[in-house]
Design a binder for this molecule. Structure first.
Ligand code: NAD
Length: 524
């Protein structure tokens, strides 16, 4: 077997490859050189520099697997690789401990004024009193987002005898408690924490999650640390917090604009910055290389990889059979999760009607779970690992079958139980067109695509006009509209497909209209 390593990878991984294959290391290749070299290779290992274009994939006559040492796969043409049956594997867990240790480093630095004291002494001052610190012991650490990195931070903070509380609305209370961490809502976390650290992806929902309003609810003197993504903290609000003294000190490893040379935060004496160093350790690079190479070796030996990004490990026959259903089920999951405000505890998927003729429904369940989990996790939920990710989050998953598919030829029913209520979404494939056909018992006929607004409101005259006017005030054009109701004079579900993104302000405007129970937005 022949393997090409086209970016500089840590030696430890390459050594593993050399035990099973002929390995050629050639970095800095031009596109043409890469095309020539890839021809007879069974595997390719990259970091982020090599661009694996469709042209490269086309030339790769024997290629079975591409290993990415790291997380993001923006440099690889996923579609082209998937079509050719090439498996892509990566190493999403490689830097979790490294980032968690960096977080602890920043936390200790703020608690004991280490960088500020360092600058002071180097400018020939001896300011012992000014740098009186605090212990971490007994302090409350609020972790926002308890995924891979948040979990590692919680372990380390507990070793420092901190009280650890966490806010993560997408992981079951049972799973958080199992970690020995107290579950908190967002408001209580802000109010109780002496230190707050963020470990969440940057999404519409998390953008500026730490803003003026959030800071106003925090304890005076709170320390804020962000090693996640620039943008989850509103930097202007953070500066205002530091200037007013509400925020005692803050440390950012990530910024909205990098490098942040023009950022006024850099001039604040209680502000500590590192240049996106969270994942920069020798070990993280070694793990990234070792994990990616181990995964590549598994694929070369026909064993199932743990961190596959795409899906060609399912047989072509199975894929061909389910191909039309995949976007439908994934979108049912993506649609449903955006309507929920509560923690998911159980998911049940029932396949009805003609769909039961398919040989293997498990891939559809995986695709639905992928849709359900992707909007809330940083990266790496795939068709292969989605059930494991759900299990790790203590989400129970059951699959059912039913002959009766109501008035459709085929139907998929997703029932989600949450710690408060739940949600039911039904979907069907009408010809080749995916449709959502029911939401919580309200019949709809919705193409799951684009920007969608769902409004549950009283069934009385004038509601449609008021909602349309409110959207118009925010310059939002309605493309399609429909209403579903269970009985006259009860509640109605209005579903609108609109031409632009629905802002938080526009949604708040709708919520103010009398007779509205709830408005939710979905982006697909
Ligand atoms: P992860 O996907 O394992 O965990 C993210 C967690 O955030 C999940 O548990 C999810 O449920 C939770 N979450 C999502 N939306 C939320 C919300 N609105 N409120 C609260 N919780 C929410 O990700 P991870 O590997 O732990 O990475 C965490 C962050 O660290 C990511 O943003 C990642 O890009 C970043 N990161 C930074 C560096 C660095 O160099 N500084 C390196 C690696 C990762």
């Amino acid at each position: 077997m022949k393997v090409l390593v086209s970016d500089s990878l840590h030696e430890a991984g390459i050594a593993l490859l050399k035990d099973v294959a002929d390995v050629e290391v050639a970095t800095g290749l031009s596109n043409d050189e890469l095309i020539k070299k890839i021809k007879d290779k069974d595997a390719l290992l990259v970091r982020s520099a090599t661009k694996v274009t469709s042209e490269v994939i086309k030339a790769a006559e024997k290629l079975k697997v591409i290993g990415r040492a790291g997380v993001g796969v923006d440099n690889i043409d996923l579609n082209a690789a998937t079509k050719r049956g090439i498996v892509i594997v990566n190493s999403p867990t490689a830097s979790s401990i490294t980032v968690a240790e960096h977080t602890m480093g920043l936390m200790l630095s703020l608690a004991r004024n280490i960088p500020f004291a360092d600058s002071s002494i180097k400018s020939k001052k001896w300011e012992k009193k000014q740098f009186l610190g605090v212990e971490l012991r007994g302090k409350t650490l609020g972790i926002i987002g308890i995924g891979r990195i948040g979990l590692e931070v919680s372990k380390k903070a507990k070793a420092f005898d901190m009280n650890v509380i966490s806010y993560d609305p997408y992981i079951s209370e049972k799973a958080i408690k199992k970690l020995g961490v107290e579950v908190s809502d967002f408001g209580s976390l802000l109010a109780k924490s002496d230190f707050i650290t963020l470990h969440i992806p940057l999404t519409d929902e998390t953008k500026h999650i730490i803003n003026d309003e959030a800071i106003s609810k925090m304890k005076k003197g709170v320390c804020i640390i962000n090693c996640a993504r620039g943008g989850v903290v509103d930097e202007a609000a953070l500066l205002r917090g530091l200037e007013s003294g509400k925020v005692g000190a803050a440390a950012l490893d990530v910024f909205e604009v990098e490098p942040p040379f023009e950022n006024p935060l850099l001039g604040h004496p209680r502000f500590l910055a590192t240049p996106h160093l969270g994942a920069s350790t020798e070990e993280a690079q070694r793990y990234a290389s070792v994990i990616a190479c181990e995964e590549v070796i598994k694929v070369l030996k026909n064993e199932p990889p743990k961190y596959a990004v795409n899906m060609p490990v399912f047989s072509q026959e199975v894929l061909d059979e389910v191909r039309d259903y995949l976007p439908l089920v994934e979108n049912i999951g993506r649609f449903a999760v955006q309507l929920l405000d509560e923690r998911i505890t159980d998911v049940s998927i029932t396949y009805c009607g003609k769909i039961l003729e398919l040989k293997d429904l498990s891939i559809l369940t995986n695709a639905l779970l992928k849709g359900l989990l992707t909007p809330i996790l940083t990266e790496g939920v795939t068709l292969l690992n989605a059930p494991i990710v759900a299990k790790n989050r203590e989400i129970g998953v059951t699959e059912g079958k039913r002959e009766d598919s109501e008035k459709f030829q085929n139907m998929i029913v997703l029932n989600i139980k949450t710690d408060a209520n739940g949600l039911e979404v039904k979907g069907s494939l009408l010809g080749e067109e995916a449709r959502i056909v029911s939401v919580d018992g309200y019949g709809v006929d919705l193409v799951p695509r684009g920007n969608i607004l769902l409004v549950k409101h009283e069934d009385r005259p004038g509601m449609i006009g008021k909602i349309a006017t409110s959207l118009g005030e925010h310059d939002i054009n309605i493309g399609a509209m429909q209403v579903g109701r269970k009985k006259v004079g009860g509640m109605q579900l209005m579903v609108l497909t609109v031409d632009s993104k629905i802002s938080k302000e526009a949604l708040a405007g709708i919520a103010k209209i009398g007779g509205i129970e709830k408005g939710s937005t979905v982006e697909l």
